[in-house]
Design a binder for this molecule. Sequence first.
Ligand SMILES: CC(=O)SCCNC(=O)CCNC(=O)[C@H](O)C(C)(C)COP(=O)(O)OP(=O)(O)OC[C@H]1O[C@@H](n2cnc3c(N)ncnc32)[C@H](O)[C@@H]1OP(=O)(O)O
Ligand SMILES: CC(C)C(=O)C(=O)O
Ligand SMILES: [Mg+2]
Length: 515
Amino acid sequence: MTQTIKIFDTTLRDGEQTPGVSLNANEKVEIALALARLKVDIIEAGFPIASPGDFAAVSRIAAEVKGPVIAALARAEKTDIETAAKAIAAAERPRIHTFIATSDIHLEYKLRMSRQQVLEAARDAVRYAKSFVNDVEFSAEDATRSDWDYLCQVYGAAIAAGATVINIPDTVGFIMPDEYGALIRYIRENTPGADKVDISVHCHNDLGMAIANSLAAIKHGATQVECTVNGLGERAGNAAVEELALALHTRRDYYKIGTNIDLKQIYRTSRLVSSLAGVIIQPNKAVVGDNAFAHESGIHQHGVMNNALTYEIINPETVGIPVNQIVLGKHSGRHAFEERLRHLGHNLDKETVSSLFRQFKELADRKKAVYDRDIEALVMVKEPTKQEGWFQLAYHHVVSGNQTLATASVRLKTKEGMLECAACGDGPVDAVFKAVEQAVGFPVVLQDYQLKAVTAGQDALGEATVRIEQDNKSFSGRGLSTDVIEASARAYVNAINKMLETCGMPEIRAAAGGI
Ligand SMILES: CC(=O)SCCNC(=O)CCNC(=O)[C@H](O)C(C)(C)COP(=O)(O)OP(=O)(O)OC[C@H]1O[C@@H](n2cnc3c(N)ncnc32)[C@H](O)[C@@H]1OP(=O)(O)O
Ligand SMILES: CC(C)C(=O)C(=O)O
Ligand SMILES: [Mg+2]
């Protein structure tokens, strides 16, 4: 291997710009810790000026996550830069990432600035950021629709002001691979000082080119690639880190470039992000989709039976996908369970292991075979401990049928006692959601509801995902059970708890016209 490309992960910043996704500080720290285990080189932890919540999350990540460089985004504005610097002050290796658009269309209609003004703003922003940290990245937003010579002037000014990284974003996913490769080469060859800094690329997937463009850029001298887990991001998303890492690994014969990514962590990180962001992975998604290693047709199955290499270019275990074998049953003990967790790469504290073991025993009572994937699902969809969450689902009962009005009754445990309610609905899930809504005592706006099976079989674990909305913010919850109505109710309660964590119970009750 001749070279290593740096992976800059922006799941927590651009990834959070995915429509409908909103992560709280605890979730962001959990994802940042997983990214550190994945061994990304840089974590873009957020955009601290955007909200006090974003500032707090970036500050916690800077203080708590060791290993990768911790970056914070800032417009080419003094206050943004000061806020970013404050948020990452505790990081071992802090980076300020400042940006301003350079395309004429952005200059005319958005910034209302001339080319000269933007060039000066870029230079001043880098210089100001440099007064706080040594490591400063500069991005020319909408670079791929900007004039190439003007871009070289702006990047030259940013490098002269002290930028250590220049990023060339395809902000609107517009450029084609050959063209992007040529642009990267042009900037490298025509920007004074470009040979002394990292050249970064940041590709959006509007035309499905994010990975192809990133790879073309690597071929033409990019030294850093910006990605997100599962390709989350604004609109159609960003280049997916798992796809990029696997492309470079699988075709190392061609690219002769590696990454520091720990490939075994890919599946786990992907599931964690999917779970916390509330965005289900499409089955045919490359590398981490449920069908990525499934062989449906006879000719393929025949080939794979003889030798997997006939139709499999990636071994699922390479990316840490658990093999679907029966691992444990209801007679298994705590030692075997703990050992299995360790084998799957989870080093969890005693309290979490105890809670998971209890859930595993309950599951083993209801399900014939417990697979590694079931255990992964239990780990991902952690139930709230007694101290967490306003509400816990203590009991539910649902009656439904084709000639019966679906009716549900629920009992929720709270710190102040039990709440009970019953409701009718359009089907059992609607009835149980209505009963929960009545029990909590305020209206809940449902945005999205999805249900899928974790493994195959009639007794498979069902995994429900629910997204609710409050004050233009989304909150997602997940629930697991062999009973899909229970999984749905748990997901709904989980989303409500997350909403309360951010919005506060008195505020929600007041907004609903209550006490
Ligand atoms: C390509 C990207 O992904 S860029 C990152 C996008 N991410 C986000 O926008 C995160 C969430 N954003 C926010 O919370 C808000 O937009 C904030 C806090 C950043 C700014 O909020 P507001 O001050 O209310 O401004 P608003 O969003 O309406 O407009 C953006 C302003 O920033 C200016 N601006 C946009 N980009 C830049 C830049 N890179 N440098 C300097 N100014 C900029 C715009 O011209 C506009 O200025 P104006 O208010 O003088 O007209
Ligand atoms: C802030 C920049 C790098 C960005 O996200 C984009 O241009 O897409
Ligand atoms: Mg972007």
